[in-house]
Design a binder for this molecule. Structure first.
Ligand SMILES: [Zn+2]
Length: 498
């Protein structure tokens, strides 16, 4: 007999991993009092799986070798559960060593006889020393900046917390890319989390996949922000495009992310924790990201959907994903997605993604063979971002976009790509104006008056001059590349016709 533990939704711990585990216990077993050994046995069954390989052991009763199917901890929990199967005593037959039973995969809580205070939930109960299989953040301080170092006497858990920790590996969402493992936990009050598990993750989760169990992602990669944004876009898309999923799933997502959809109830505060690390002998954690502004992110997403609907584009969620997916480059035979990660990071943090976009269009897109403009809808989406997130005046934005467009076209016609690079490289307002002056003479263009007034603090129309420069460079280069692609297409059609 182990300890008697209570499973319910009333004992949250304040820790997202443990709360995720408590909700998983509730979903798997239901509310009630249980023997901790019974729960441990049932959980273990769920995270042990057949490897597909066969082994042999020596059956002492039959006095012969018997074949058995090998098992191991399920991937990728095997990164955290470093307990090997117990093979029992060994015998030697014909010079080969065999065990006398198939290895038994079990875990032990080893609870203390004396009561103490649980480090996570604070109850007084028999305790156990926390290990990585109970809590993935039990890592050596040298390996990860002390996420949960515990104290000198170690980290002590009660039976319920230890079991919740283990159950977390059943209730999590994870995605693997090569040796990189990302995992995700949405954190809120326990009843909201339970609803999310039951109505969203159970129907949408992909089980038995080698690459992960998240719902289908429009893109992912080796980095945490791009993969997190991919996950959010996937969940958001089920709100605006609820076909092929249960009605309850879409309703649950809408009530979680869409503020104001249910006027009578306040939206639950919800946070997404994204963790990333490298798999090897054991999981080596690299970073933990906390994303709190999910309601605002959904609001932004909704504005993008509305814009594409207004323009009668087919399947707005797909178009949004295509736009954000594009920020990568082909390097050798592998896609480098660092650009996408940086753009995603800026969006998740409501920061400025334009300097990265500027580098991307000049250093990646313009140098591709053949050079390609940004995906259709990119500028529309980012113009909305400018207005909603960076509070840019819409009229001034349109002036910039219009001028950039003309500048790019003229530069293409006159073979003046160097001018665009000079614009991009301007480091001071004087350099910026010198380039504009050059454009005025060499391309015979008129500079919009709004651009000519530099104010206190080196601002143009209330915007830091460098952002004005960056935006203008993006608009102009994109227009240049669009023109290039159009001409390229025209000459290809001409050749075909001839
Ligand atoms: Zn506890």
């Amino acid at each position: 007999m182990g300890n008697i533990i209570t499973i319910d939704l009333r004992h949250e711990t304040g820790n997202f991993w443990m709360n995720n585990g408590l909700v998983t216990l509730y979903c798997e077993f239901g509310e009630g009092n249980y023997d901790s050994d019974y729960i441990l046995e049932k959980l273990t069954e769920k995270i042990v799986q057949k490897t597909g390989n066969k082994g042999k052991y020596f059956d002492k009763k039959k006095e012969e070798l018997v074949e058995y199917e090998k098992v191991n901890w399920k991937y990728p929990t095997n990164q955290f559960i470093k307990v090997s199967g117990k093979a029992g005593t060994k015998v030697k037959i014909d010079g080969e060593e065999y065990s006398t039973q198939p290895p038994i995969f079990d875990l032990k809580l080893k609870l203390s006889k004396r009561h103490g205070i649980c480090n996570l939930c604070g109850i007084e109960a028999p305790l156990t020393d926390a290990k990585m299989w109970m809590f993935p953040f039990m890592v050596e301080p040298s390996k990860f900046g002390n996420f949960y170092s515990g104290s000198k006497r170690g980290f002590k858990l009660c039976a319920r917390c230890a079991l919740a920790g283990l159950a977390g590996y059943i209730g999590w969402l994870w995605k693997a890319q090569g040796k990189v493992l990302h995992f995700f936990v949405f954190h809120s009050d326990l009843s909201t989390m339970e609803r999310l598990h039951r109505e969203v993750f159970l129907p949408l989760r992909a089980e038995g996949e080698k690459g992960g169990n998240t719902p289908r992602l429009p893109f992912w990669g080796s980095y945490i922000h791009e993969t997190t944004l991919g996950l959010l876009l996937s969940l958001f898309s089920y709100i605006s495009n609820p076909k092929d999923i249960p009605e309850e799933t879409s309703k649950c997502l809408a009530s979680l992310f869409r503020v104001g959809s249910v006027p009578s109830s306040l939206p639950s505060f919800i946070t997404l924790y994204a963790v990333t690390g490298i798999m090897g002998q054991a999981f080596s954690m690299k970073s933990v990201k906390e994303i709190t502004k999910l309601h605002s992110l959904y609001k932004l997403y909704e504005k993008w959907v509305n814009e594409f609907e207004r323009r009668e584009l087919d399947n707005p969620p797909r178009q949004i994903a295509l736009v954000l997916r594009q920020f990568m480059s082909r390097q050798g035979n592998k896609d480098e997605t660092l650009w996408r990660d940086k753009v995603a990071r800026a969006i998740l943090d409501f920061a400025d993604p334009f300097p990265i976009m500027e580098t991307f269009i000049f250093d990646v897109r313009a140098k591709e063979k053949p050079p390609k403009p940004l995906v259709m809808g990119t500028l529309d989406m980012f113009n909305i971002y400018l207005k909603e997130v960076l509070n840019m005046d819409e009229k001034f934005q349109r002036i910039l976009a219009g001028f950039g467009y003309t500048l790019g076209r003229a530069a293409k016609e006159d073979g003046e790509m160097g001018l665009l690079y000079a614009l991009r490289n301007a480091k001071k307002p004087e350099e910026f104006y010198r380039v504009l002056n050059d454009a005025q003479f060499r391309l015979e263009m008129t500079i919009p008056e709004a651009l000519l007034r530099i104010e206190k603090g080196e601002r143009i129309f209330g915007v830091p001059w460098v952002r004005v420069k960056t935006l203008l460079a993006i608009y102009a280069m994109n227009s240049y590349l669009r023109e290039y692609a159009r001409k390229d297409k025209d000459s290809a059609t001409l050749e075909k016709e001839e």
